[in-house]
Every structure is written in C-alpha cells, then in structure tokens.
Design a protein around this ligand. Structure first.
Ligand code: ATP
Ligand code: MG
Length: 445
C-alpha cells in the first residue's frame, strides 16, 4: 500500500517545518504550502489524503480553504490548527467541513493522535480519487439537468471578467455555492472571497462594516477599522441578501460600482478598489425596484450579468443525483458506510415539491441516515414528504400551479407543528425570515 500524503498549510515557515518533520517521522509523505492559493493548486494536481491547515493567514484566510476543499474535494478530511484566540474560528471551520481541530501549541503526540484518528476512518484511496475528480470539474455543483448544464456553462463564460453579477434563486437553491464557483474558477481566485450577509448585519452597522471607518467618525468609533470592501480587494465580495440593504447602503454601493472606489466613513478621500461584486437575493429585486423599495439604478448596475438558479422542483432529474451525493457525504460523516436508498423512498423524494430546495433535501437525507439502519425507507423520511406526495397525486390538487402547491405545503407543515414557525422553517429547510415572507404572500399582508 502506498504511503499516505498530507498537505500542510501554514503561513509560518517554522510551523510548516515542525509539522513536516513530525509527520515524516511517522512515515507520511507531505506537501507544504504557505498560502491558500498554493494549497489549492496542490489539491487540484496531487493526490492528498489529509489537509492540515492553519486558520489565520494573510491574504486569504484558512477558512476559505476549508470551505473550498470541503466543497470540491469532499473526500479529503480536514484538520484545522488554530491559535488560542480563535477557537471560535475552529468551531466555524468544523461547521464548514473540518473534522478535527488542534489548538497551538500542540505536542507531537497530540498531532499524531489526531492524524491517526482521522485517517483510520477514511475509506480506501481509489474511491476518494474518483469522487473528488468528478466533483472537482464542477466546483461541487451537482446536477445533470439542462438547467445545471447551462449554469455551469455560464459560470465558465463569466468567471474571468470583473463585471457585477446578480444571482437569483429561491432559498436553498445554491446561490452561495455558485458565487464561490465563479470566484474560485476565475482569474481572481487567488484573491479573497468575502461573503457578507446584508440581511443579518443590523442596518445601522452594515454601512460601516462594508466600507470601514476612521477613528472618531461617529460616537463609538474608537479606532480606525477597515471594511469588507477593503478586505475583498483583489478578490470577490459576495453581497448576500442584497434586497435587505438600506437606502443609505444602496446609494453608497451604487457609487462603489460606478467609481470603482470606496470612501471610508469619516473621510472624503476615496480609495481605488479592484473587487468583483457578486450579489444574491431570493426576493424579486425587479419588482422591488419598480415599487421603489430598491434603487432602480442600482438594480441595473448589479444585474449586468444575471444568473438565475431554478428551484429543484423544476429539475426533478437532479433529485436522485443530489440525494446520492448527500448519502455519500453523510454516510462518511456518521461512519455508516454502504447505506442505500430504497426505491419507494426515491419515489417519494421525486414527488415532493422541495420548497426549501437543496438545503431541504440535504437536511432530509442527513436525518434519514441518522435514524435508518442500512437502507433509507419511506418511514425514515419526514411525514410531510409522504403527505405532500399523496396530495400531489390526488385529484383535488392535480391542477394546482407550482406556487399554489408550495403554499399548500407550507400551510400543511405549519398545521402539523401547531403553527410553531421556528419548527416549520426547520422542516421546510428555509430560514424564519423566508417563511415569514412566504406567509405574507399567502395571506396577502
Ligand atoms: N447543485 C448543487 N450540488 C450540490 N450541493 C448543492 C447544490 N446546490 C446547493 N447545494 C448545497 O445546498 C446547500 C444550500 O446551498 P446555498 O447555501 O448555496 O444556497 P442559497 O441559495 O445561498 O440559500 P439561502 O437562500 O438560504 O441563502 C449547501 O449545503 C450547498 O452546498
Ligand atoms: Mg445563501
């Protein structure tokens, strides 16, 4: 059997050297990289069995490498190393796909234990190479439908320009995945990818978070702070849930796009920036621009290239592929190899309307793997999937539009959880806010 190879990523050469020596003495082959970009090159072109990465690195941070690797090379396990102040970063890394973390400084013995533990649980090498290759070609985007082929084609055509791009799609359709694909496949991939959720940052903070501020710019500005735009210089800024940006932020964004420069709050000295802007929304920004809740000029500036991701129910042929992909992913994660999907369960998955799209499918498969034995049967799927399948085949709903069907489904789920919106949102695989918006549509409020 060939020796296992470990890729070590750290911006400190001393650290690289120490880890490399320890691993070589344990009989592993090693690759070393001091930047995320070098690490990605190695991942693409070499046969790596384990990725060990530091989190705090200049230029592109290790978290981006964790996300990139987990998406494009799901077969390669990840061990994160981090300094004491960023243990919360380690937690975030685990959520993004890392398996283990070690806090610096660690002993040779601790490193050995962590590496052994991870590698012991890996399936044989041949399997890993196959899956990482086929997935890598499409940046982790799974699908065989015409819509997905067109999407992949579009990504290839637009990834090398700096034109502002607007990604639209319902909740859970893969907007962030596509934004990352555009970034990591393009020529600015060595630069940072900075994702900003315009919906989760309080309105009064978003402006200063985006553009930075100088000391004394407003009460509470005790020190100068750079913003997300400066951090994304040379790379991509991903403005998620752009529909939630306040009028003030919208005006500033328009200026950034037009002038290609930003002005920190509290100064009037613009700085040039070279950043690709990708925005995403699950609202109808066009309608919002018509009704006056979103600046029309900004809408057109953002929408120079528009990428629209169709909901899963409009590309049913992808359901089985995706279900199998998540089956592999979670059976590995939960150490339940060889779990199968029974035919009658597949039928139910295909019939369901998936209002929460791929994220909902991912949640359903994850839950089923946990509770099943060796095969996922209909009884391992949530009850609402069975009822929704029944209702689509019964005559009273046969003539409904997809939208009506979705609304009927939402109501049914809500009833089944006694109107508990948090629970309903969880089952539907969407966030509470999306559920609230959908309910507003249903009730017309
Ligand atoms: N085509 C796909 N192939 C594989 N995985 C996918 C695909 N599309 C989405 N996913 C997975 O589904 C989940 C949701 O995707 P993502 O976060 O990109 O969606 P989103 O549109 O940004 O959702 P939201 O509107 O809720 O922010 C992620 O785990 C993502 O990796
Ligand atoms: Mg998203």
């Amino acid at each position: 059997m060939s020796r296992e190879s470990i890729l070590i990523v750290d911006d400190s050469y001393d650290m690289l050297e120490v880890i490399q020596r320890q691993l070589t003495s344990l009989n592993y082959d090693t690759f070393q990289a001091s930047t995320v970009q070098d690490a990605i090159d190695i991942l693409k072109h070499s046969d790596v069995d384990l990725l060990i990465t530091d989190l705090q690195m200049p230029v592109t941070n290790g978290m981006e490498l964790v996300k990139y690797s987990a998406t494009n090379f799901p077969g390669i396990p990840i061990l994160v190393i981090t300094g004491y102040p960023s243990v919360s970063g380690a937690v975030e890394a685990m959520k993004s796909g890392a398996l283990e973390y070690l806090v610096k400084p660690f002993t040779a013995e601790e490193l050995k234990k962590a590496v052994k533990k991870i590698l012991q649980h890996q399936p044989p090498k041949t399997k890993k190479i196959q899956s990482s290759k086929s997935i890598d070609n499409h940046w982790g985007i799974i699908g065989e439908s015409k819509a997905i082929h067109q999407l992949l084609d579009l990504i290839k055509r637009i990834n090398n320009n700096k034109v502002t791009t607007l990604i639209t799609g319902e909740s859970g359709t893969g907007k962030e995945l596509v934004a990352r694909a555009i970034h990591y496949s393009g020529k600015n991939s060595q630069g940072p990818f900075i994702a900003v959720n315009c919906g989760s940052i309080p309105e009064n903070l978003l402006e200063s978070e985006l553009f930075g501020f100088i000391k004394g710019a407003f009460s509470g500005a005790y020190e100068t702070r750079t913003g997300f735009f400066q951090a994304a210089n040379g790379g991509t800024i991903f403005l998620d849930e752009i529909g939630n940006a306040s009028p003030g932020v919208q005006t500033r964004l328009l200026r950034v796009i037009q002038e290609k420069e930003i002005t920190m709050i509290g100064t009037n000295k613009p700085q040039a920036i070279d950043t690709k802007i990708i925005a995403a929304t699950n609202s109808d920004l066009f309608a919002m621009s018509k009704s006056g809740s979103f600046r029309e000029d900004l809408y057109y500036r953002l929408n120079v290239i528009s990428v629209s991701i169709p909901p899963l129910r409009e590309r049913k042929e992808d359901i089985i592929l995706l279900a199998n992909h998540f089956l592999q992913k979670f059976s590995k994660e939960f150490d339940k190899h060889g779990v199968l999907l029974a035919d009658d369960a597949v039928k139910l998955l295909i019939k369901h309307s998936w209002p929460g799209n791929i994220r909902e499918l991912e949640n359903v498969i994850q839950r089923a793997i946990i509770i099943c034995d060796r095969e996922i049967k209909p009884k391992h799927l949530p009850g609402y999937i069975k009822t929704s399948a029944r209702s689509t085949s019964d005559d009273s709903t046969a003539m409904l539009s997809l939208k009506e069907l979705e609304q009927k489904h939402i109501i049914k789920v809500l009833q089944s959880v006694n109107n508990n919106k948090t629970k309903a949102a969880e089952i539907l695989g969407i966030n509470r806010k999306t559920l609230r918006l959908k309910l507003q549509e249903i009730t017309g409020t």
